[in-house]
Design a protein around this ligand. Sequence first.
Ligand SMILES: Nc1ncnc2c1ncn2[C@@H]1O[C@H](COP(=O)(O)OP(=O)(O)OP(=O)(O)O)[C@@H](O)[C@H]1O
Ligand SMILES: [Mg+2]
Length: 585
Amino acid sequence: MVKKLLRRVGRFKTASMLTPIFTTLEVIMGVLIPYVTAWIIDRGIMQGNMKNVYLYGGIMIVMAALSMTFGILSGKFSAFASSGFAYNLRDAMFKNIQTFSFSNIDKFSTAGLITRMTTDVNHLQNAFQMILRISVRAPLNLVFSIFMCVFINMRMSLIFIIAMVILGTSLYFIISKTVKLFTQVFSKYDDMNKSVQENISAIRVVKAFVREDYENKKFARAANGLYKLYVGTEKLMAINHPVMSMVVYGCIIALSWFGAHFIVAGDLSTGQLTSLFTYVMTILNSLMMLSMIFVQMTMSAASGKRIVEVLDEQADVTNPEHPVMEVPDGSIKFNHVSFSYGNNNGEYAIKDIDLSIKSGETIGVIGGTGCGKSTLANLICRLYDVNKGSVEVGGIDVRSYDMERLRNEVSMVLQNNVLFSGSIIDNLRWGKSDATLEECQEACRMAVADEFIDRMIDGYDTMIEQNGNNVSGGQKQRLCIARALLKRPKILILDDSTSACDTATDAKIRKAFKEDIPNTTKIIIAQRILSVQDADRIIVMQSGQVVGFDTHEHLLETCDIYSDIYHTQMEGAGDFDEKRKGGAA
Ligand SMILES: Nc1ncnc2c1ncn2[C@@H]1O[C@H](COP(=O)(O)OP(=O)(O)OP(=O)(O)O)[C@@H](O)[C@H]1O
Ligand SMILES: [Mg+2]
């Protein structure tokens, strides 16, 4: 995992290497300075030799300046390296997510992907910066300072060893407890993010159902859980400080006590004692920092794992090695196709479908909710790959095509379609980036969107809010149809795309299709018989299977299910589902 993540440092490798180098230089300066202080005291002040005071004072100023410069440089490079690392991680994740097929996306939740790209990357960025700077500084400081202490006075160093053992053991206990708590914090964090994300993106639904109180309580519960855990971990972490102070003061007292004896005996100079004081602080501080690194690393290990999961996810719908670039015509053939959404215990969403559609035909698809209509359509433009059998477009297996070409020729208006924030024309140009205004107007005319766009003050420059919240359901659907038409596809699939339009508008759209794009194969999925009855042929689906595929007139005679739906709907008893509910009661 670490290797995979480190590979993402990429072009920020130089900065990442310079950071520890400058940190090392900074540490060396920092460690040497107390030693020079000792000289100033011993050879200058104690002997009343001002020349030495100036000389060593001068050296010390230069060293301090160098140490500061190295410090600034290491800070600069570490900021550069860690921000770059985060940038690369996000970039790689985002690019990989773009290659995901629908089934890849089904595996991760949207909230999960967002948390991974934001919070988790932040954790890693902080950890990386910390590791680059502190993980070099702390051990180096520790080793150098111990070395200097031993160098100055062997016997006095024993004090540190005892102090280090005390501090080390207590840190170990505190940290092993905190790490356990922190792992829980992260899973709680996920829960809370999920509840926030769900609530905010569905805020309109929450309001419509007057569920604010319920949502508030749900959020309060999640936030409270997190709060309690945080208090627990912070309480533990807070013990660190008093323990550290106690050990430091203990050391200072011991140093003063033994130091006084050694000085009297002539084994130690005053200056040396002063530098020992500085070293003891450095050593204990380094130990503290090392423990913090350990906490940070365990914290970010969880984040790292979640990031690698996204980076490692292989798109399961990919381009073939030698893709076919041309879609000959708009014919469609299903050869004994079965498909299951992996997560449904292997149950097939569509089973053994075998049919063929001629280029330019208008095909209606009808059936109850959940019978597999959308699934059938998704397979044509390869949003999912079949499990058994094959789907052909223009006589060639869809898996042989270049995906972009295929999806340009098979234009689909998804059932849950979205508009993006931006102007109407920007949204239309999603279908074709270089479309002229005239082309857009033509597409909108066919989709019967022109009449409401013309009524808007800003016309085609009207701004659409995120999710198209400032246009009505039917208007949104018509804009989505226009967007799909702009591609001038060979096959056009409308998945329940006129459900929010009134019957007259629906009929106008169908008429425009018939007159303006007669050679395009049109697949119209609908719940209303009226939307499909004038199609060339109609597919009737039930529980993932095709139970009828013929013209309206023939189906009325031969397909019981179809004639049932027809009569119920014609009698004004509502749509297909209501009939079924009625039947079951
Ligand atoms: N992404 C998915 N993951 C798992 N199962 C799914 C997924 N999408 C659909 N299904 C399941 O597959 C079956 C067929 O769904 P499909 O969306 O094709 O129905 P539909 O005929 O389009 O229904 P509707 O008229 O409500 O749009 C349903 O049982 C549904 O629960
Ligand atoms: Mg559907």
